[in-house]
Design a binder for this molecule. Structure first.
Ligand SMILES: Nc1nc2c(ncn2[C@@H]2O[C@H](COP(=O)(O)OP(=O)(O)OP(=O)(O)O)[C@@H](O)[C@H]2O)c(=O)[nH]1
Ligand SMILES: [Mg+2]
Length: 436
């Protein structure tokens, strides 16, 4: 016996639907399935869809559907797997699962346990498992695409283009340290080889950052003086009357969030309390929140009403209420794009949407290779260690260079799961739901 337990769970969502799937994985999968299935032959053909009847464990038939047998090791989890495709009635599925779980050798799967087994069996790697979790929780088209890009393994491929030459370099340096008479020129060569590796790591980091932004969605904050037209623009972009609008300055006191999708990119839009010199007590609290919102933004729009001037140079400037003035937006120098619009008439709104998409998503279908915040953090560590190794290569000893490369290699090992710690695994697989 393998010692692996047999697990079972409902693999489809909790709502009623056309089809509901119960998945059983482990050495007892087939025997267990027979508790509720009539119609599976003694030796079912692999991956064949058998017309089956599902019972209450006694003789009473409850439903009709399909039963499939995926013998290990060529199954998703690497164990024997049986899938029962019944109708998607939540009550029916839980009755069938109850009967299955009454078998002593079977227990309910924990969240993500099927995928965890697939990883442990070497069926998928860690980045693949995370991509699956992302795909399951994707809310926008761009999120689906980012997860898919990761699923195809492009990320792992590009990571290995950093890892392999780095391992080779480390081996050379250690050789040179052990045999100093041959070390001549190794330092010089190390710098050159490192700079190529750093370049690849950095570009992977940049692409992953963009992917992570797509995954969690971008935060766009509306910022500006009272009465600039923030709430009016907020409502116009959301296409709904979410925020109160009034000619009285200081209408908005709390931050307000709304979600929209820009050509498939998920965006959280944040309306904030307007700024002014002598705010009331509550308004002051609101302005504190405005500052926090701006600090957490991926992009801040500074709304400038007619007659006023932009105050920051890290924002996208939007001149408002152009229906009330003959346009003469103040420039910020060549090359800096400023927009003008009227949230009231809708003029300039399309150009704003285009500009937002350009700044946030760029070319979505392009070089998105990963969508994970974990990857971004790990890659930042890798790039930093490699940069330290690079500068050490020109001013310091080989030992120091080797030390920094070692740090980078450890971070890479953690990233691709070749040295994954248990708590890291827990954190990743807990993001799944039961049955996945
Ligand atoms: N003509 C015109 N009026 C506008 C436009 N946008 C907003 N307004 C008016 O300007 C006033 C203030 O608009 P709000 O959207 O509440 O401005 P705000 O920036 O949210 O103001 P606070 O919440 O007080 O900071 C309201 O009377 C709006 O109807 C516009 O594009 N054209
Ligand atoms: Mg407002």
């Amino acid at each position: 016996m393998t010692g692996v337990s047999t697990i079972a769970a409902i693999a489809t969502g909790p709502a009623a639907g056309g089809i509901g799937i119960i998945r059983i994985s482990g050495p007892e999968a087939l025997q267990t399935a027979r508790r509720v299935v009539i119609g599976l032959p003694e030796r079912p053909s692999p991956r064949h869809a058998y017309l089956a009847r599902f019972t209450d464990g006694n003789e009473t038939v409850l439903d009709e559907g399909l039963a499939l047998f995926f013998p290990g090791p060529r199954s998703f989890t690497g164990d024997d797997v049986v899938e029962l495709h019944a109708h998607g009635a939540p009550r029916l599925l839980s009755m069938l699962l109850d009967v299955i779980l009454r078998a002593e050798t079977v227990r309910l799967a924990t969240p993500g346990e099927f995928t965890r087994r697939a990883y442990l069996a070497g069926r998928i790697d860690l980045t693949h498992a995370e991509a699956l979790a992302d795909l399951i929780s994707a809310e926008s088209e761009a999120q689906v695409r980012a997860a898919a890009a990761q699923l195809t393994g492009e990320f792992g491929e590009r990571l290995s283009k950093v890892k392999a030459p780095l391992l080779a370099l480390q081996a050379d340096i250690e050789g040179a340290m052990d045999f100093p008479e041959e070390a001549e020129g190794a330092e010089k060569d190390a710098a050159g080889r490192l700079s190529e590796i750093v370049k690849n790591a950095r570009s992977l980091l940049d692409d992953s950052k963009r992917g992570a932004l797509i995954r969690r969605g971008a935060r766009v904050v509306l910022f500006g003086p009272v009465n600039a037209g923030k709430s009016t623009l907020f409502n116009a972009l959301l296409g709904a009357n979410r925020a109160l609008v009034d000619e009285e300055p200081g209408t908005t006191r709390d931050t307000l969030e709304g979600k929209l999708e820009l050509n498939g990119l998920a965006v959280t839009l944040v309306d904030t309390a307007g700024l002014r010199d002598e705010p009331g007590r509550i308004e002051k609290l609101g302005i504190e929140r405005t500052k926090e919102a701006v600090a957490s933004a991926d992009l801040t729009l500074e709304l400038v009403p007619p007659g006023a001037k932009p105050t920051r140079d890290d924002t996208l400037v939007v001149h408002t209420k152009i229906d009330t003035v003959t346009p003469s937006p103040s420039g910020r120098g060549p090359g800096v794009r400023e927009l003008s619009l009227s949230a009231k008439t809708g003029e300039g709104l399309e150009a704003l949407r285009d500009e937002l998409f350009k700044r946030l998503g760029g070319t979505l279908a392009g070089a998105v290779v990963s969508s994970s915040e974990r990857h971004v953090r790990a890659l930042s560590d890798i790039v930093e260690a490699l940069e330290r190794a690079s500068s050490a290569a020109s001013v310091s000893t080989l030992e120091v260079v080797a030390g920094e490369i070692g740090v980078a290699l450890d971070a890479i090992a953690e990233l691709d799961g070749s040295d994954a710690r248990t708590e890291l695994l827990d954190a990743i697989f807990q993001r799944f739901c039961i049955g996945k």
